[in-house]
Design a protein around this ligand. Structure first.
Ligand SMILES: Nc1ncnc2c1ncn2[C@@H]1O[C@H](COP(=O)(O)OP(=O)(O)OP(=O)(O)O)[C@@H](O)[C@H]1O
Length: 281
């Protein structure tokens, strides 16, 4: 199957600062994929490269098997700042979608507005931040995209609206098979919604795998501090916390930790993500 997004050695530099570097990824189609990372990690840069809004400094990226600009008709993008014309009404905004997109589904976009209780005659400039997010999502879904790229779409939404928004995404994936890449700082939302995670930190991809595989490959080992180096020579220690003479290590390993000096338990997704997020390399 053609990957929804494939990057090879992808990098983008601003003068001497790398916003994203050495990014090689192959994202599976038909999934909801979470894009996580601390502020400035390169999430917006990756999404902007995937839409063709930015050009790479190194490497390349393909979406739906094609260069980004050739796939634009099949890609929906909701940018972080949700750019919309404030002086238009909601109905006029949806009509603009109709003029610009050959496969536009006006009924679906209107239905989204009705479900969010947003009147079609209301001016965009008078919508709340959360309502603008709902409109931006309706515009992206109305395009009937095969790939939907969402840059922090739920940041402005209250908890109920966030749950509803994420439910709509899951329904869309089930109905149309659209692939969703969703950047967010809200780990609980990502954990609940996404079956596949990409984690960026320090401008590099630190993790990219299904949630199930990530949880399977990581363990928390607690044991004597004096033996931490020995464990580290046998398994890859991602993060270590020490207290007096005890050590708590987040370990990436394909093999069981058999040394009886260590108490081993599964890592939670939060422990795993926070450990990789704090990496500097
Ligand atoms: N136009 C630009 N000019 C110079 N530097 C930029 C520009 N855009 C982004 N950067 C830098 O590139 C890095 C990555 O930025 P990016 O916006 O991709 O991060 P992000 O992960 O989306 O962050 P956030 O979670 O805060 O939105 C940051 O260090 C940022 O300062």
């Amino acid at each position: 199957m053609t990957p929804a997004l494939e990057a090879t050695g992808l990098g983008r530099r601003y003068r001497r600062t790398w916003a994203l570097r050495d990014c090689s990824l192959s994202l599976p189609p038909g999934r909801v994929i979470g894009l996580l990372g601390p502020n400035g990690a390169g999430k917006t840069t990756l999404l902007s490269l995937a839409t063709g809004l930015l050009r790479p400094s190194t490497g390349d990226v393909h979406v739906l098997g094609r260069p980004p600009r050739s796939a634009i008709a099949e890609v929906g993008f909701v940018a972080q700042d949700k750019p919309l014309y404030r002086s238009l009404t909601v109905a006029e905004t949806l009509s603009v979608g109709d003029w610009l997109n050959p496969r536009w589904d006006l009924a679906l976009a209107r239905q989204r507005m009705a479900r969010a209780d947003i009147p079609l005659r209301q001016k965009v400039g008078s919508l709340s931040g959360g309502q603008r997010s709902q409109l931006a999502l309706a515009m992206a879904l109305g395009k009937r995209p095969k790939l939907l790229l969402l840059d922090e779409p739920v940041a402005d939404l209250d908890p109920l609206a966030r749950r509803e928004f994420l439910k709509i995404l899951l329904d869309e994936v089930a109905d149309s098979g659209v692939t969703v890449v969703l950047s967010s700082h809200l780990l609980t939302d990502v954990e609940r919604t996404c079956e596949y995670l990409v984690l960026l930190a320090a401008s590099r991809v630190q993790l990219a795998d299904s949630s199930e595989a990530l949880l399977r490959r990581h363990r928390i080992a607690t044991g004597p501090r004096a033996q931490a180096a020995t464990l580290g020579s046998e398994h890859r220690v991602i993060h270590a916390e020490y207290s007096a003479n005890r050590a708590s290590l987040l370990v990436r390993t394909e093999h069981p930790i058999s040394d009886p000096a260590w108490t081993v338990r599964p890592a939670s997704m939060e422990e795993l993500v926070l450990a990789y997020m704090s990496t500097n390399a």
